[in-house]
Design a protein around this ligand. Structure first.
Ligand code: ADP
Ligand code: ASP
Ligand code: MG
Length: 468
């Protein structure tokens, strides 16, 4: 049994959706069993939905109506291209219209209320996936496959952390098996919405931006599937983001742990949580190119392959370095604990921590959007110490980025760090801070945002990754 996920570009037009149906038909033929197909929204649609909701909340009554029209045109055009039966196409157009009317009505209410809660946003932001699965299932029928849409709100039971929900596996497993296995046994392709789920009470949630990859492995683990295939717009997992390093190479294989590091530090090709559900069951994950289905892509699994140098380089932008400094911190127990508790209370997560050996400074890296709330929380926690001068200041520097160099063999390979530093030094790039990342597989460097792309390219070149 295979679970296949197709991303936004892979369903970005009627032609691309017809291609998804072709790949599904081939997979059914080759494996003798219909795959479970998990889909993202058509490219750009989730962004448009978020914009519709946010502009409505700010009192704008025009933008969401314009967006509605654009979405209608986009989906109708796709239907015209990939759904051949006119009767079917007509029914589908009506369904799209009904769903978009619903969008418009909710946006109207949001505008009237002037308020948009994370819960409200999750109801709207999953609409792109709901539209897409309907069209794709119809395209499959047009190509002679049996297919049925399934809304993941029926399958994936989550907590109520709106915008970034986590699955509750026991309940989800029961539902996935009860709903999908009978379809597969009857030779029907289940076409499932990625990205969305619902709480046990049925309130819609989302798994976070780019979360359809995660939906696929959640379902893969619950079935359980033999493999999960993530179809995207590049040949697999590459040594760096090909948009930054054009000569980046596709890795034939990478371990779950290495992939998790790359994804956490910005390699958008897979959502950072994608590996979690499949690691324990050791379900192989493949990343494949939907435009070049014969390319072998990348296998993500338990095996760690030895390469001469490093697996990959990635970067995460729009960060800030926050430092808490002061002579009065010297040798005083509990300061770090109080700093990090204050950060946690503000709801932010920390990407990297460094402490100077003198114990006078605690430095950590956060997303810039989280920084004002964090600084405020720390100021409040240390009100007394700041007043007494035990702590000099809480300082935040924005416009920084982390470059992460990832390889599982790093602890046993001397000289990696030296080569990374010299590659950056040769370009005159200043390193603001260094940490051995979140695991021994990862060397993380903080640099000014303006230096990121050049830095990634310089490290890529230093390790000759274009010749892997
Ligand atoms: P999808 O819509 O299929 O989910 P995404 O845009 O989310 O696709 O992810 C694919 C993109 O990830 C690629 O087009 C590529 O630009 C980017 N990317 C960043 N880092 C990497 C990497 N190390 N390997 C492959 N792609 C990467
Ligand atoms: N459509 C969603 C997003 O744009 C989920 C995904 O693409 O994986 O974030
Ligand atoms: Mg994606």
């Amino acid at each position: 049994m295979i679970v296949m996920k197709f991303g936004g570009t892979s369903v970005g037009s009627g032609e691309r959706i017809a291609n998804v149906a072709r790949i599904t038909a081939q997979t059914t033929e080759r494996t003798g069993t219909p795959p479970v197909v998990v889909l993202s929204a058509m490219s750009g649609v989730t962004d448009s939905l978020l914009r519709a909701a946010r502009t409505a909340a700010s009192g704008d009554g025009i933008s969401f109506r314009t967006i509605r029209q654009e979405l209608q045109a986009k989906h109708e055009q796709a239907i015209a291209t990939c759904v051949t039966d006119p009767e079917h196409a007509r029914g589908l157009r009506a369904e799209v219209s009904t769903l978009l009317n619903w969008l418009e009505n909710i946006c109207q209410s949001v505008q009237t209320l002037g308020e948009l809660t994370p819960r409200g946003l999750d109801i709207l932001s999953g609409l792109g996936e709901r539209l897409c699965v309907r069209i794709a299932a119809a395209a499959m029928l047009s190509q002679g496959l049996k297919a049925q849409t399934v809304e993941a709100t029926e399958l994936i039971v989550t907590d109520s952390n709106f915008g970034n929900a986590s699955p509750l596996f026991e309940e989800t497993t029961a539902r996935v098996r009860a709903r999908l296995l009978p379809l597969i046994q009857a030779g029907i392709v289940p076409v499932v919405t990625g990205f969305i789920g619902a709480t046990a009470d049925g309130v819609p949630t989302t798994l976070g931006r780019g979360g359809s990859d995660y939906s696929a492995t959640i379902i893969g683990r619950c079935l359980p599937a033999d493999e999960v295939w993530v179809w995207t717009d590049v040949d697999g997992v590459m040594t760096a983001d090909p948009r930054i390093v054009p000569e980046a190479r596709t890795l034939p294989s990478i371990s779950y742990a290495e992939m998790a590091e790359l994804a956490f530090f910005g390699a958008k090709v897979l959502h950072p949580k994608t590996m979690q559900p499949v690691v324990q069951a050791n379900i192989p994950l493949r990343v494949l190119n939907s435009s070049r289905p014969d390319h072998p892509g990348t296998l993500v699994g338990n095996e760690i392959t030895e390469l001469p140098a490093i697996k990959g380089i990635t970067a995460i932008r729009d960060l800030s370095v926050v430092s808490v400094e002061g002579l009065g911190m010297l040798g005083v127990p509990g300061i770090a604990g109080r700093v990090f508790s204050a950060v946690a209370r503000s709801g932010a997560s920390i990407l990297m921590i460094t402490q100077s050996s003198s114990e006078q400074t605690i430095t950590f890296v956060l997303r810039s959007v989280d920084t004002p709330a964090v600084v405020q929380a720390i100021d409040k926690e240390f009100e007394l110490e700041l007043m007494r001068g035990d702590i000099d200041q809480v300082h935040a520097q924005s416009n920084v980025a982390i470059i992460a160099v990832v390889d599982a063999g790093m602890p046993g390979k001397p000289g990696i760090a030296a080569r990374v530093f010299s590659a950056l030094a040769d370009k005159g790039i200043n390193i603001l801070s260094i940490a051995q990342g979140s695991s021994a597989f990862n060397l993380s460097l903080v640099v000014n945002q303006a230096d990121v792309d050049e830095g990634v390219r310089a490290i890529h070149k230093q390790f000759n990754l274009d010749q892997v």
